[in-house]
Design a protein around this ligand. Structure first.
Ligand code: ZN
Length: 661
């Protein structure tokens, strides 16, 4: 992110394909059908994948990963940053299968894919080594000492989701083998690279990117015309057009894309770069403090630094994804169910002779289950991705709207694992938080807003006003031990996440001078002292001086409506009446009509009036809130987010519609 350029990726589709000639010398160009083009890209991807998998399998050992992680070649020189060059320096180059002719550029692409997978493997190896070196007696209940030992050994920026998943993986290994694994390579097999072609590793002999106009790119690439090319005559130059999506501004620098064949089409991941000056990490006077909630994905608060004091306005900003969480829980449950079924069927199949009559039917069922499993996994992945980017967009739009120049978030790496295990599957997973963080960092950089992490320790357990320990209760009026509400002896009574967001904002604003980039380049405050937060005094209006104003401050939640006596007391019964009220008020109700439509509204006399089918007013005013509802799709119906307002505030107008990029 740091540096003079900010790189983003636009996902597009290739179309209008021609083949023949070369990029520089026009020759006879023949149009190519999309399906044929996708097949040829698929052949190239398979060639690349075959070579890359071979390199990875050959080097998948603890010793080789250690060499690559060390970053020094056999000749004592530093390894180049470029992946394929590093592998060539180490003598780990890719070789094509016997009889298959590929150019040196194609081998480079395969080496680049292999180098990326192996470098990821180096990181995983370090994580697994740290976990094994500090393996505790009970891996799922580490003591404070064990946690700090593990944190010291882990690579910077390892989040709790990774720790949990790797701990589970090692525990499963111990369960099978009865001992700890020696390292990553014993714990798992070599990774498989994706079916894609990263053209960025090649040069002008394999790929040429031309700009047609502001909105159109033409990409040239050499592709094989059969699955196993035996000479260079089986390779032809192909050109395809890519229309830039509206999110890409005009005049940006476009780089070599990555192409992926998919469903008979070719998807193009097109990186583009815009000049970027990293925002300053200190000197801020207005910032947003953000807390990772449980069901409420994000809770934020606006905070100002006024004369050394941190002042908040007391208005929480919420991105509540409870509905999406519930959907994700249902999907995960369905995935587990499919897994169980598939396991059962494969056990049945394995126990039978191969020529059993029901064998074909069983295989068909298994294939069907596998396809559905893959679809459910993809749905979960896409939903996680969509909610994460939507939340990030919402947060950055809020920061822009209120004129904040910095966003403070808890450092995911220092966020304590555990918590309430009962609700664990109800919350969005730690991986989603990681995606939200990446998305916030990216979108904030585009908007010129700094993102700084602060230590997570004690953000929810301390009082933002006095710094003392808070008590967590169920609700402000039910002082029994709970989770949602924080109360303090100093008089604080706030939503738990809102209180934490205030504390995070104060931690960030008051410790700005301690901001340092960490090893991954992310601006971070590593040690912070807490400062008390002051609530901004309410603006006094002229009317307030002339007549007494009702104290509208909310000290307790709205009381639940009591059910009418004698009514059926089912939990499913709605609290409000949904039938028209009787014309005459029932005796003893003092003439007060119960809730519900009045009889006059129910059936107006005369012909039925045709209601013109238009977009409701609310939709025009808040397109992001109801867009999904109007179209009848998307998860916007299930996400409740505080609308974004302008800096002058209070008008309810949108600064930018919530959009998913
Ligand atoms: Zn307090």
């Amino acid at each position: 992110m740091a540096g003079a350029w900010l790189t983003s990726t636009a996902t597009c589709t290739a179309y209008r394909v021609v083949c023949g000639g070369t990029p520089d010398a026009p020759g006879v160009r023949v149009p190519v059908a999309g399906r044929v083009f996708a097949e040829r890209v698929g052949w190239l991807a398979d060639l690349v994948r075959g070579m890359a998998d071979q390199v990875i399998a050959a080097q998948w050992s603890d010793a080789d990963l250690a060499v690559l992680a060390g970053g020094v070649g056999v000749d004592g020189r530093r390894l180049p940053a470029s992946g394929w060059m590093a592998l060539r320096r180490l003598g780990w180059g890719a070789v094509a299968a016997a009889g298959v002719v590929v150019s040196d550029r194609v081998r480079r692409i395969a080496e680049e894919e292999a180098a990326r997978a192996l470098r990821l493997g180096c990181h995983r190896r370090a994580v697994v080594a740290a976990l094994l070196a500090t393996w505790p007696a009970d891996p799922f209940a580490r003591t404070d000492g064990e946690w700090s030992g593990l944190r010291a050994a882990l690579p910077e920026g390892t989040d709790t989701a990774t720790i949990r998943n790797r701990t589970r993986q090692i525990t499963a290994y111990v369960g099978v083998h009865g001992r700890l694994p020696a390292g990553l390579c014993e714990l798992e097999g070599p990774p498989v690279v994706a079916r894609q072609v990263s053209l960025a590793a090649a040069d002008r002999q394999q790929v040429v990117v031309d700009r047609v106009d502001d909105r159109m790119i033409r990409v040239w690439s050499q592709l094989p015309t059969c699955a196993a090319p035996v000479s260079y005559r089986d390779w032809l130059w192909h050109a395809f057009d890519v229309a830039l999506p509206a999110s890409v501004p005009a005049g940006v620098k476009v780089c070599s894309p990555t192409v992926r064949p998919r469903d008979g089409r070719v998807r193009v991941d097109l990186p583009w770069q815009a000049p970027h000056t990293p925002p300053p990490v200190d000197g801020h006077t207005r910032g947003l403090g953000v807390d990772w909630g449980v069901n409420t994905l994000l809770t934020a608060t606006v905070a100002d630094l006024e004369g050394g004091c941190v002042v908040v306005d007391g208005r929480p900003l919420r991105f509540d994804a409870t509905g999406v969480s519930a959907k994700l829980v249902r999907l995960r449950r369905h995935r587990e169910h499919l897994n169980t079924k598939a396991d059962h069927l494969s056990r049945l199949r394995d126990g039978r002779p191969a020529d059993a009559p029901a064998e074909a039917a069983l295989a068909g069922k298994l294939a069907c289950l596998e396809a559905e499993h893959a679809a459910v996994c993809a749905r979960i992945r896409h939903l996680n991705h969509a909610v994460a980017w939507s939340a990030a967009r919402w947060l950055v739009d809020h920061a822009t709207g209120v004129g904040a120049t910095v966003v403070y978030v808890e450092n995911l790496a220092t966020l304590e694992a555990g918590g309430r295990s009962r609700s664990l599957n109800r919350r969005l997973s730690g991986a989603v938080r990681g995606t939200v963080f990446t998305a916030v960092a990216h979108l904030a950089a585009q908007a010129g807003i700094a993102v700084v992490t602060v230590p997570a320790r004690g953000t929810s357990s301390g009082c933002p006003r006095c710094g003392g320990a808070v008590t967590h209760v169920k609700t402000p009026d039910r002082c029994v031990a709970g989770y949602r509400w924080a109360i303090c002896s100093c008089g604080l009574s706030l939503d738990r996440d809102h209180a934490a967001a205030q504390r995070i904002a104060a931690r960030g604003l008051a410790n700005q001078t301690k901001t340092r980039p960490d090893r991954s380049g992310q601006a971070a405050i590593h040690a912070a002292t807490d400062t008390p937060v002051r609530r901004r005094a309410r603006r006094s209006t002229p009317a307030a001086t002339t007549r007494p104003v009702r104290d509208r401050r909310k000290t307790a939640p709205t009381r639940k409506q009591t059910r009418p006596t004698g009514a059926k007391t089912s939990r499913l019964l709605p609290l409000r009446r949904q039938v028209p009220a009787p014309t005459e008020p029932p005796p003893g109700t003092g003439g007060k009509r119960p809730a519900g439509r009045t009889p006059q509204e129910t059936n107006p006399p005369g012909p039925v009036r045709q209601v013109p089918h238009t977009v409701p007013t609310t939709a025009r005013r808040h397109p992001h809130r109801v867009r999904g509802a109007i179209l009848g799709r998307g998860f916007h119906r299930h996400v409740h987010a505080t609308p974004i307002t302008h800096q002058d505030g209070g008008t309810g107008t949108m600064s930018a519609p919530l959009r998913i990029t």
